[in-house]
Design a protein around this ligand. Structure first.
Ligand code: ADP
Length: 422
């Protein structure tokens, strides 16, 4: 699986590049062909011009010919001087149009001494080198007159003629590339998901194994002859089992809760709550844990309006999770500060720690379910990566929002905003 993924990306990239290359060479061929066709059209137009000159000359002289040979013999007398400027202009113009040449052009007909017989208004001497020269008099004519045809630069005719083909191939190539992009993105998401899943299973096994081991040891002790008659010890070991059982229950509850949030099955039991009271209560419960780590928790509950319409259990859990993380993700003595203040009509609860902090990338993802930053050796810290996704879901369910601000090595600040009722 690990090797298949890059292989697929390489194969698709190669095939997309191949398709683009083939499309481009195909379009280039089409353009070349179109250019050749254009040159042929011009050559045909010039033949038409000569024929039309001779025809007009024949009409003017009023001679009829029995066959092509006698006609050509007579045509050695042809000179552009026999035609009017208007006739010449009309013949050139019509012949070009009939041969599908729509470029802007200038022309000049010159005699053997390079003197002009007739010249279009826009013709310049500097056009002569890049003009198409055609002798319009016959081979044995004494006049030797030349038609100079100059075409203005126009590459747009290719776009006009091949425009939709080029556009369609650009559109389809873009479609293929977007489909490719989507496929690769989906594959990456799937890969990430499967990593998250195996991480989660690892975490869960780990989290449940510790209490199970403790329970098993406690039961062993309970069945020990020496312990069985000692009520004090029995109480101690059964208390241990109870605690571990409670811990396991909590873990399972966490996972079930995440599933309930996912199915949007959580109903809030809203009531008037004094946010400060709850914060104090949760802080008190965590006091011991903080002391154990030689840490300190400061409360600065300064908000004037701190009565919320909230669910007591979930609101307490929110505060608990934020404080629990602040303790968990600090290297040594945690310095934690909980501050409340009024901000644009909301109650802002700010939990600040001096812990390991997070980079921007991690900050962007911590509210995702199952996300855990891989912070080197500090990840002996236990967790399922569900705490903050729960916090976010619950804060939002209460009509609030949550923000994080953090710097690696400096600490993190989580701010939750709640609407107040009074
Ligand atoms: P858990 O703590 O179970 O891993 P959370 O959803 O509570 O799950 O947190 C997700 C991740 O966010 C944590 O794994 C950790 O990397 C990061 N995190 C959360 N809170 C903090 C904090 N206060 N300081 C540094 N990192 C934190």
């Amino acid at each position: 699986m690990k090797k298949v993924f890059p292989l697929i990306v390489v194969l698709i990239t190669l095939s997309v590049l191949g398709i683009i290359f083939i499309q481009m060479s195909w379009i280039k061929n089409a353009i070349d062909l179109r250019k050749q066709q254009h040159d042929q059209d011009i050559a045909q137009a010039i033949t038409r011009i000569k024929d039309a000159f001779y025809d007009r000359f024949a009409v003017k002289t009023g001679i009829e010919f029995s066959d092509e040979n006698s006609r050509m013999y007579f045509m050695k007398n042809f000179s552009a001087n026999f035609l009017t400027e208007g006739e010449i202009h009309q013949i050139i113009d019509q012949s070009l149009k009939r041969s599908n040449v729509h470029n802007k052009y200038e022309y000049s007909i010159i005699d053997i001494f390079r003197n002009s017989i007739v010249t279009s208004r826009g013709f310049r001497n500097e056009y002569i080198p890049s003009s198409i020269n055609t002798q319009i008099t016959t081979e044995h004519s004494p006049y030797k007159e030349t038609l100079l045809l100059y075409f203005y630069e126009d590459n747009n005719y290719i776009v006009r003629q091949l425009g939709w083909v080029i556009a369609a191939s650009v559109v389809f190539t873009a479609l293929i590339i977007s489909a490719f992009g989507l496929t690769v993105r989906t594959m990456f998401t799937q890969k990430k998901l499967s990593e998250i899943k195996s991480d989660f299973i690892n975490n869960m096994t780990h989290e449940l194994k510790t209490p199970l081991a403790t329970i098993s040891l406690a039961i062993d002790a309970l069945t020990n002859e020496k312990v069985i008659h000692d009520t004090e010890k029995i109480r101690y070991y059964s208390g241990m089992i109870k605690d571990e059982n409670k811990r396991m229950n909590k873990q399972v509850e966490k996972i079930l809760q995440a599933a309930r949030i996912e199915r949007q099955e959580i109903k809030l039991n809203l009531q008037e709550l004094n946010a400060h009271d709850i914060i104090r209560k949760v802080a008190e419960n965590l006091e011991l844990q903080i002391q154990e780590k030689n840490g300190m928790l400061t409360l600065k509950l300064a908000a004037q309006r701190h009565i919320l319409e909230a669910d007591e259990v979930h609101f307490s859990n929110i505060i608990f999770n934020l404080l629990d993380n602040a303790i968990k993700y600090s290297k040594d003595a945690p310095r934690i500060e909980v501050e409340t203040l009024q901000q644009s009509g909301m109650l802002a609860i700010r939990v600040r720690d001096n812990g390991i902090g997070m980079n921007k990338e991690t900050q962007a993802r911590i509210f995702e379910k199952f996300y855990r930053a891989h912070t080197g050796n500090l990840h002996n810290v236990k967790g399922f990566g569900l705490g903050l996704s729960y916090v976010k879901a619950m804060v939002e369910a209460h009509g609030g929002k949550i923000k994080v601000d953090s710097a690696v090595g400096k600490g993190s600040t989580f701010t939750a905003y709640f609407p107040v009722i009074r």
